[in-house]
Design a protein around this ligand. Structure first.
Ligand SMILES: *Cc1c(COP(=O)(O)O)cnc(C)c1O
Length: 410
């Protein structure tokens, strides 16, 4: 019989979103009237339509595919030059990342998971708590962990608690680790890291020859000018970090699929015998073997995000979502709750009222306000005591959520 990858059996059975769905179903089945009023502020998916510039570029690209003279088959695995150059020019000119250090893909979820292909066994891996669950589960699948304990923490991972005390940016670990996942602006806490904090991480990574896997999926939501948008704004980061970016949240590409990884040529890892090898070369080889490139119309659509019209449309989308975040923040603050995030990220991270835990708060919001939020504990043990409200919604829904928060939870 075919042997399976036993590591998959260590995975906790996708606890968070199925459990949310179960509770929502149970409640709406018992309360059909409430079901009609339900507003979902749980899942981190965009709600507003794709920008017109993007749609037009995709239409044009599809038409090109219908014409013998302009038809394109397989494209370059690393992405078309027109998109890689547009990204380098528009996003990384100041920090000096070149187009050939950018690898186009069909999503950051896949990239952050697939990257483990090029790292060997025995790495010590640090993740934040709370965390985007993909980083953890892909390490479990890759065999980089032991079993989960009763709190859901996996043996072998180094958990870095992110709390109100450290402004949700973890302290530098005492021990030596090899890979560190950082995500700023953060999902789920909405926190950002300051330049000083990122400098400390870069210093640590260089001293310990560690690599930072920096997820900047929400960089476009940064509003404050002193908040770094890229790890490469930090001196020395090109020798110790790669960065993941996506068109999902800025351009609304969650259903279209396009993202990219920046791997500087100066970034190196080591073989068992200590020989240094450029990571760029390994990822390039991996991409060429296991990936045949993102679709041509999609890459044309992504490039349109950097057109004059595209930039304006994206700015309007960001303004819309951040306007929602502001309203949600204010509604929670009025109740006297502790409110974090929502200033440079589309997530508001709220402290539960005293004596209510995060699933208790989930139930209250569901039953009293008919609003679905995400309980902090679902993102890790340190998320207990908090809940996440997503600002990805229509203005109308957000205004209604704010009214219900004031009426039912006050
Ligand atoms: C939404 C999100 C992404 C983007 O994922 P895609 O696969 O590109 O849609 C990446 N990281 C985090 C933390 C996210 O929340």
């Amino acid at each position: 019989m075919a042997r399976i990858n036993d590591n998959f059996l260590k995975l906790k059975a996708g606890y968070l979103f199925p459990e949310i769905a179960r509770r929502v179903n149970a409640y709406t089945t018992a309360n059909p009237d409430a079901a009609k009023k339900l507003i979902r502020c749980g899942i981190g998916d965009v709600t507003e339509p794709l920008p017109e510039s993007v749609r037009q570029a995709m239409h044009d690209a599809v038409d090109e595919q219908g014409n013998r003279e302009t038809f394109r088959g397989y494209g370059p695995e690393q992405g078309y030059d027109f998109l890689r150059e547009a990204i380098a020019e528009n996003q990384f000119k100041e920090v000096g990342i070149s187009a050939d250090e950018i690898f186009i893909s069909d999503g950051s979820k896949c990239d952050t998971g697939n990257i483990l292909d090029i790292f060997g066994p025995g790495n010590k891996i640090a993740i934040t708590d709370p965390v985007y669950p993909v980083y953890v589960d892909t390490n479990v699948m890759a065999g980089n962990t032991g079993d989960a304990d009763s709190n859901g923490a996996y043996e072998g991972l180094v958990y870095l608690p992110c709390t109100a005390e450290n402004q949700f940016v973890p302290a530098i670990p005492e021990e030596k680790v090899d890979l560190i996942y950082l995500c700023y602006p953060n999902n789920p806490t909405g926190a950002t890291a300051t330049r000083d904090q990122l400098e400390a991480w870069v210093k640590y990574a260089r001293e310990n020859k560690a690599i930072i896997l920096y997820d900047a999926a929400y960089e476009a939501f940064v509003q404050e000018s002193d908040v770094p948008k890229s790890i490469f704004e930090i001196e020395g980061a090109k020798e110790c970090a790669m960065e993941f970016r996506s068109f999902s949240k800025n351009g609304g590409f969650t259903g279209v699929r396009c993202a990219y990884v920046i791997i500087p040529k100066a970034l190196k890892g080591t073989t068992e015998d200590g020989t240094e090898v450029p990571i760029h070369q390994l990822w390039s080889r991996r991409h060429s073997t296991k990936f045949n490139g993102a679709s041509y119309p999609v890459q044309r659509g992504a490039a349109a995000v950097f057109s004059e019209q595209g930039k304006k449309e994206v700015a309007d989308l960001i303004e819309h979502y951040m306007g929602n975040a502001k309203l949600l923040r204010e509604a929670c603050e009025k109740l006297g709750l502790q409110v974090f995030g929502g200033i440079n990220a589309p997530y508001v991270w709220v402290g539960c009222p005293e004596s209510v835990d995060s699933w208790g708060m989930f139930d209250r919001m569901l039953e009293e306000a008919n609003v679905v939020i995400t309980p902090g504990a679902g993102f890790g043990a340190a998320g207990e005591g908090y809940f996440r409200i997503s600002a990805f919604n229509s203005r109308e829904n957000v205004e209604e959520v704010c009214r219900r928060i004031a009426e039912n939870l006050g």
